[in-house]
Design a protein around this ligand. Structure first.
Ligand code: AMP
Ligand code: MN
Ligand code: MN
Length: 318
């Protein structure tokens, strides 16, 4: 990270009074944790803050302090716009319509397109929340108990409980600081990674019943019909992909989820020797070497065949 750039960005943030903070569509724990962590820290300095997620705040994140403040659209004018955990502008959805280009782009995706005035991108960070837990105290932004809980939640969820291959001693040390500041590690772990609804468990059952394997690739799909059958309310995979990635003797796991708007959400997870973000980029998506995603237009079965073929070719997995 360029220290001058980092200093300049946070000095400007200190001077700003009206701040807009935004994260990505289909928000995950790091998107929400980073959004709330930064937002609540700015509010503790009496700044006027708007927190925006184009898709709103999912029910599963409503236990986090500050989540009730999240709105779907930005209203008014701002001194500064900060985008967190977004690899490109499209990830902000329509949250930035009628707003100028972002001032700070703070993210940990290697596929980041440097779309801001200050591009603070660190692909060694396990989560955007890790970057914030380092920078906020360093530049005089308070880590209150609420901020600590939000940021720790981002770190726990993006690392699946500190067990992804990109884990570092630094991420653990910063997490320990957040615990000291009041972060409830066991509670956040429970709510972020373990708790599941009955409907989600049945949805997993449907996905697992069509699990397929060819060589060292494994995949499953979930349709709109599947969701209706088990009454699963979301449009995601209820994180079934994390379970698929634990199955032995596979290098790549892929999940296909039919969306209902003519799109299929594709998620990839891989073992360390493979970089699935490159395959995701081929389908106009992005992500990390070991975890990537894309939204692909078309029919579920056709997309499935095409994505599996491309994944095999690009990763030389035959
Ligand atoms: P997911 O499969 O949705 O859990 O996403 C895995 C990783 O890929 C996360 O870091 C996402 O931010 C990223 N990702 C997912 N979908 C997209 C997309 N359409 N464009 C860019 N990055 C994505
Ligand atoms: Mn994210
Ligand atoms: Mn992240």
């Amino acid at each position: 990270m360029d220290e001058t750039l980092l200093n300049d960005a946070f000095q400007e943030l200190h001077s700003a009074q009206r701040v807009l903070v935004i994260s990505h569509i289909r928000p995950d724990g790091d998107a929400v944790g980073s959004l709330l962590g930064l937002g609540l820290s700015l509010q503790a300095l009496n700044k006027e803050v708007q927190l925006v997620l184009s898709d709103g705040i999912p029910v599963i994140f409503r236990h986090l302090p500050g989540s009730e403040q999240v709105q779907k659209q930005a209203n008014g004018e701002f001194d500064m716009i900060v985008v967190v955990d977004c690899s490109d502008m499209k990830r902000t959805g329509d949250a930035l319509i009628n707003q100028p280009l972002p001032d700070i782009n703070l993210d940990h995706h290697p596929t980041n397109t440097d779309f801001g005035k200050y591009n603070l991108v660190d692909s060694n960070a396990v989560a955007t929340a890790e970057m914030l837990s380092e920078y906020l105290p360093r530049f005089g932004f308070p880590i209150t108990t609420k901020v600590a809980n939000a940021l720790l939640f981002g770190m726990i969820t993006d690392t699946l409980g500190f067990r992804t291959f990109n884990m570092t001693p630094k991420a653990l040390e910063l997490s320990a600081r957040l615990m000291e500041a009041g972060g409830d590690l066991p509670g956040l772990y429970q709510r972020g990674l373990l708790n599941r609804t009955y409907e989600a468990a049945r949805y997993w059952g449907v996905g697992l019943s069509n699990l397929e394997r060819e060589g060292r690739i494994i995949w499953a799909s979930l349709s709109m019909e599947d969701r209706r059958t088990v009454k699963y309310p979301g449009r995601d995979d209820a994180d079934l992909i994390s379970f698929l990635s634990t199955i032995e003797d596979t290098d790549v796991a892929i999940m296909f989820v039919e969306q209902g708007n003519g799109n299929v959400k594709v998620s990839w997870r891989s073992q360390p020797a493979y970089d699935v973000s490159q395959v995701a980029m081929h389908f106009d998506g992005g992500g990390h070497a070991a975890a990537a995603g894309a939204s692909v237009k078309g029919d579920l079965k056709e997309i499935q065949d095409n994505v599996i073929a491309q994944t095999k070719t690009m990763l030389s997995l035959m």
